[in-house]
Design a protein around this ligand. Structure first.
Ligand SMILES: [Zn+2]
Length: 381
């Protein structure tokens, strides 16, 4: 097994064990999963290294992952990830970073844990994408595909009646079908300010709109690059408390939303479709900045994220890549000629350029500037 593959196997097994451990109170199958994952890690690491009992593995999940992983060829953010917090809850880094390394450990019929383990802990992003959109891709209906996908990216949570109303009547979602299931707001993203059925609230991340994690006194988006971190102001009895921002980001402070009637896409869909979709949709600002430019998102017959066409007919095929580890991009290069990373990943640009010299690699701002330069250059001729 190559180092990268065995690192991904160990990371997946550790993540699954951490999720199982965090649910051991309510899930009787959790212990067996921890034991199975101990076996997976022992096999991947070989004799004499790593945990030999489930208790050893659980202890390791409270420490940086580098203690479990084979040594990498180059430094990786995965090494510093700690999957369980001091009180045994799953850390934000588990869903922000670790799940980006998921690998299939078993065939789909040979994996009993898929019945209860959340999808984000064992599926790869490509699998989630395929399940959501396969029938729309097969239909080849571009309008329905783009509108349905845009809806999951832009409307991942809210009052269910409002969501249905938006999907069926807003012009920007015309043709959208319901591809994702909307579930109840997860318990760790709710705040109770009284014992009544109506006295529970949640807050949207101002960037991704999905419910933020509530760990009083802190409220924050589980995707750290969004920079959404707030503190609860103690509310007086019966009223939802307000938030104050504790991060340096300039986003608005969200208002409390009632839990009653609210729904959101499940974590796997948020993490693998909504989060990477935000910078993809951001490409559309080219249409506003440079009139006559067309941005076609997720062209269904092609395998890239966007096709940008300038007024003079010049075209750019674009893939937007939001991975913690640039290796994910380098080892599996996208089909598009232009690779664009969100601004919070600008540190990856040089490395990807070096390793993929046949591609053009940009930050979002760099790409927009480049398209602008071409259009202005064309006007001057
Ligand atoms: Zn967010």
């Amino acid at each position: 097994m190559s180092t990268n593959r065995s690192r991904a196997t160990v990371a997946t097994a550790a993540l699954r064990a951490a999720v199982a451990w965090s649910r051991r109170q309510e899930e009787p199958r959790a212990w067996r999963e921890v034991a199975r994952m101990t076996g997976v890690i022992m096999q991947a690491r070989g004799p004499g290294v790593g945990p030999t009992t489930p208790a050893d593995l659980v202890a390791a999940l409270f420490r940086p992952l580098e203690k479990l992983l084979p040594e990498p060829a180059e430094p990786s953010e995965l090494d510093t990830v700690v999957l369980l917090t001091g009180d045994g809850d799953l850390s934000d880094a588990a869903i922000e970073i670790a799940c980006d390394y998921n690998q299939a450990l078993f065939g789909p019929d040979a994996d009993p844990a898929v019945e209860w383990l959340p999808r984000w802990a064992w599926q790869r992003s490509e699998q989630v994408e395929r399940q959501l959109f396969m029938s729309l891709v097969q239909d080849g209906d571009q309008t329905a595909y783009t509108a349905s996908r845009r809806f999951v990216v832009e409307q991942p949570a809210g009052d269910m009646r409002v969501l249905i109303d938006k999907r069926t009547s807003a012009a920007t979602y015309a043709g959208a079908r319901q591809v994702a299931e909307y579930v109840e707001i997860p318990k760790d993203r709710q705040f109770r300010f009284g014992s009544g059925a109506e006295e529970a609230c949640w807050w949207r991340c101002p960037v991704c709109q999905w419910p933020m994690r509530v760990q009083p006194p802190e409220v924050r988006c589980s995707y750290a690059p969004h920079g959404s971190r707030f503190r609860l102001l103690s509310g007086s009895g019966g009223v939802a408390p307000e938030l104050v921002r504790t991060s340096t980001s300039r986003t608005a402070v969200p208002e409390a939303q009632p839990v009653a009637g609210a729904r959101c896409v499940e974590p796997a869909v948020w993490r693998f479709i909504t989060v990477p979709g935000i910078p993809e949709v951001e490409l559309e600002r080219l249409e506003d900045q440079f009139p006559g430019t067309e941005v076609e998102l997720w062209p269904v017959k092609d395998t890239f994220d966007a096709l940008v066409t300038a007024p003079d007919g010049r075209r750019w095929t674009v893939d937007v890549k939001d991975h913690v580890d640039p290796r994910r991009i380098i080892d599996d290069p996208p089909a598009a000629q232009h690779i664009v990373v969100p601004k919070y990943r600008k540190g990856q640009v040089d490395q990807i350029r070096r390793q993929l010299p046949e591609k053009s690699v940009w930050t979002m701002n760099g790409f927009v500037r480049q398209v602008g330069d071409h259009i202005r250059g064309g006007e001057q001729q």
